[in-house]
Design a protein around this ligand. Sequence first.
Ligand code: FAD
Length: 405
Amino acid sequence: AKKIVILGGGQAGAQAIQSLRMGGYEGELTLIGDEPSLPYQRPPLSKAYMKGEFAEERLFFKPAAWYEDNKVELILSTPASRIDRKNQIVEMAHGAHVEYDALVIATGSRPRSLPLDGADLENVHDLRGLSDVERIQPQMVEGRNMVIIGAGYIGLEAAAVARQMGLSATVLEMAPRVLARVTSPVMSEFYEAEHRRQGVDIRTNARLARLEGKDGKVTAAILEDGTSLPADLVLVGIGILPNEELANEAGIACNNGILVDRDARTSDPRIFAAGDCASRPLVHYGRSSRLESVHNAIEQGKLAAAAILGKPRPPEDCPWFWSDQYDLKLQIAGLSQGYDQIVVRGSPEDRKFAAFYLKNGTLIAVDAVNSAPEFLASKKLIMMGAKVEPDTLSDTTVSMKDIAA
Ligand code: FAD
């Protein structure tokens, strides 16, 4: 390729650029991004950065000088509006366009919006980007009431930060347990108890009816049973939707994500997709899916770059993820959907334990709380497709290193 365009300046786009230049690509390289800032990492936005304990410069993958030195043309604050596959150009909102020989779509995802009255009141926020934190953070003042809608990772991380900053925090979850979409009842119970211990008012099976306001600002969350919960600010964390519209409108195959093969290639051989917006083959699981994680975005950025440069495909790791809440470091390897057995190693009371998920005796995933060796060994075992004896896994006198050997 002589001219490569990256669409979207997040985790996957930034990785693709780095891998292309490190892989020896010397042609033209352009990044189109709709945010005003240089590409940055999102995880700290609901963790240390939200708390004010993480310097902004550390969010950026590379300083401005790196893009200059590496001859990357940055077109920021500019949404792309159309992909014209016939003429191989990307059109931008203000009328300009760029040509491509190869295009990487890395447009990420956007928060699902709350389909209820009051969702558009002031002080009701999503949490996706830096500009969201810039709005939320000044409102996180000691003593205020923060209501969080949705007990997924982002909602629970924000609840932890709110408590640490002295706010009162209420979490409303319509499912019967927290983290219901992503983990097992063992983990849900543990995290629910932990948040309660830290003073978070966790309400599961909560049916939110609407948000109420005064002078345009939110004042309360009203449940269907009439309960009114005071709110100075509200954070909505009810999941994301892939930004696949540009691809879809261009006639590229999509199905809850832009469909790609193992090389991150879409149904158009000149166009690749990577990160939250893509639905990819999960080689360790024999199915395709979207993944919402840093690891996935980095890996697919690398896969796309390698394919564009005609290099061998880099090895695919098993999916992994993490979440920080209070002093609890949760590390997740693999995908637990479809497990038929859970084995717990260590004890939740010690705040240091792991839940292993098996299917037909094969390890498919682990949730490891403050247990790095369990996480690392499991990653290895999952990639090997290893069968492991449940009694061995739960036996803390046998080291994880020996189990994975
Ligand atoms: P993004 O990083 O979202 O980048 C996409 C970019 O494309 C954005 O800048 C977007 O504005 C831009 N864009 C979209 N449409 C257009 C357009 N038409 N034209 C131009 N630009 C466009 N993952 C973990 O593994 N661990 C964590 O602890 C973790 N914590 C998280 C905490 C928060 C608050 C959030 C929001 C996410 C977290 N994630 C975490 C998920 C992780 O950050 C994402 O999976 C990752 O950022 C995906 O990378 P991406 O490049 O696909 O998308």
